[in-house]
Every structure is written in structure tokens, then in C-alpha cells.
Design a protein. Structure first.
Length: 102
């Protein structure tokens, strides 16, 4: 079993963008469970991600820190998704859009 000291090392160990997105999803899921456990409590919270092959353990000072970490990881995930898919813009004539016509 591999033990990582931080989520940063865990994500950077993934080789492809898809693997990094999957790693970020696992971290976000673990953080969501931590947020549920720490809701209404102002004490220190920790989460541990253990998927059988890797272990990550991190301590947060409260629910707001967990929430901020989730937002940061979601933004990071979106960057990897954009790298994978690219950015696309589709131009459509307004006459082709179905709307409320009177």
C-alpha cells in the first residue's frame, strides 16, 4: 500500500489527465463526507482517503476550510477537463432557436 502525505502528491502521481480527474473526484468525495461529519461542529476535522492501494490523510481546522478545499479541487478538476476536451464555441443563428413565438 502506498501512503501519500498530501493530495498534491497523490494527484501528481497520476500519469494522464483522465487519471488525475479520477483522483480529484476521489478526494472531493472524501472531503464531502468530511464536510457532512463536521457540519455544525467547529473543531478540527480530518479526512482519510483509502482506496485499498493508496492512503491520504489530511487535517482541516473546520468546516469552512473543508468547503474551501472542495471548491479549490473542483476548480482544479475543471482545468483538467478543459485540457482533455478543449474549449468549444458554437455559433447558431437566432432564427434557429425555438422560443416563444407569438
Amino acid at each position: 500500500m502506498v501512503t501519500y502525505d498530501s493530495a498534491e502528491i497523490y494527484i501528481s502521481s497520476a500519469k494522464t489527465n483522465k487519471a488525475k480527474i479520477a483522483a480529484i473526484d476521489l478526494i472531493i468525495d472524501a472531503l464531502m463526507l468530511t464536510a457532512v461529519k463536521s457540519a455544525g461542529k467547529a473543531h478540527i476535522s480530518e479526512y482519510q482517503l483509502n482506496d485499498g492501494q493508496t492512503t491520504i490523510k489530511t487535517v482541516y481546522s473546520g468546516t469552512s476550510a473543508v468547503k474551501k478545499a472542495i471548491e479549490d479541487f473542483e476548480a482544479l478538476k475543471q482545468l483538467y477537463v478543459n485540457r482533455l476536451n478543449g474549449r468549444i464555441m458554437r455559433m447558431v443563428d437566432s432564427k434557429n432557436i425555438n422560443g416563444n413565438r407569438f
